[in-house]
Design a protein around this ligand. Structure first.
Ligand code: NAP
Length: 239
């Protein structure tokens, strides 16, 4: 039987890349789709109808997360790999001396921090049923308290630091049941994360390159230990 994976935010960027690489590696992929204007994921699903299942998914909505779970659980009682990738970065706020747009900051928390918590909770039973099981939370080096030098982007940095904390708690809870947790900084990629490719045009690589590295990590980082925060090449990051 094929290993089964679930990727959130799969319409474009890193999420789409992860679906492509997991498909190449022989996974069946449940792919969460937020705003289905992009056609690439649907094209992939038309080409591989049994292996790429597109699910409408808004990680900020409990109802949407529950409905996605129902589709998955109707077809399988095991999940080998969950990748919480969906995320946003837009925020009009500046430094502490400038206006803070609290509705933007709340949206960052809702999607980047509470989104993964909701999705993980919705399928934790399916993950625990699998022999080989892994949770990958796509975080950022921006969530590292020790590494951080920024003086703005309170919402994004805090949302990722809180995601790191969440990941460690899930690791603590389930390490004895064989759930491997990875918290991964995917690197600086040319994506539409800020809604504008101009902002990311100088990034050194495309999301597909990071996706290849992250899937490789899921194959090599199988030993359960406390070293769970790393970049996409497996270099450890300080919390
Ligand atoms: N790009 C970088 O340099 C970088 C660096 C560090 C960390 N990251 C992290 O990498 C992850 C992927 O980002 P990316 O660069 O690939 O950006 P992206 O191209 O903007 O992809 C983000 C994905 O998340 C989806 N999404 C947005 N809101 C959602 C919601 N409420 N529910 C479900 N899905 C939602 C988007 O859907 P739509 O396309 O339909 O809007 C999109 O498919 C994020 O967690 C980001 O924080 C990226």
């Amino acid at each position: 039987m094929k290993p089964i994976s679930y990727v959130t935010g799969a319409d474009r960027g890193l999420g789409l890349g992860l679906v492509q690489v997991l498909l190449e590696k022989g996974y069946k992929v449940y792919a969460g789709s937020y705003l289905p204007e992009q056609d690439e994921l649907r094209k992939l699903s038309r080409e591989h109808p049994n292996d790429v299942i597109v699910l409408p998914l808004d990680v900020s909505s409990e109802e949407s997360v529950k409905q996605a779970r129902e589709v998955i659980a109707a077809e399988t009682n095991v999940l080998n790999l969950l990748i919480n990738n969906a995320g946003i970065a837009q925020d009009r706020s500046g430094t502490i001396l400038e206006p803070q747009y609290y509705e933007d900051i709340r949206a960052l928390y809702e999607i980047n921090t509470l989104g993964p918590l909701r999705v993980t909770q919705s399928v934790i039973d399916l993950l625990l049923n699998a022999d080989r099981k892994m949770l990958v939370n796509i975080s950022s080096v921006a969530g590292s308290v020790q590494e951080l030098v920024r003086i703005q982007q309170y919402g994004y940095t805090m949302s990722k630091a809180a995601l790191n904390m969440q990941s460690k708690m899930i690791h603590n809870h389930f390490k004895d049941q064989g759930l491997k947790v990875l918290v991964v900084h995917p690197g600086w990629m040319r994506s539409l994360l800020f809604g504008d490719i101009e902002r990311m045009k100088d990034a050194p690589f495309e999301p597909i390159q990071s996706a290849r590295n992250i899937v490789k990590l899921t194959e090599t980082e199988t030993e359960i230990n406390e070293d769970i925060y790393m970049d996409h090449e497996g270099n450890r990051l300080p919390w």
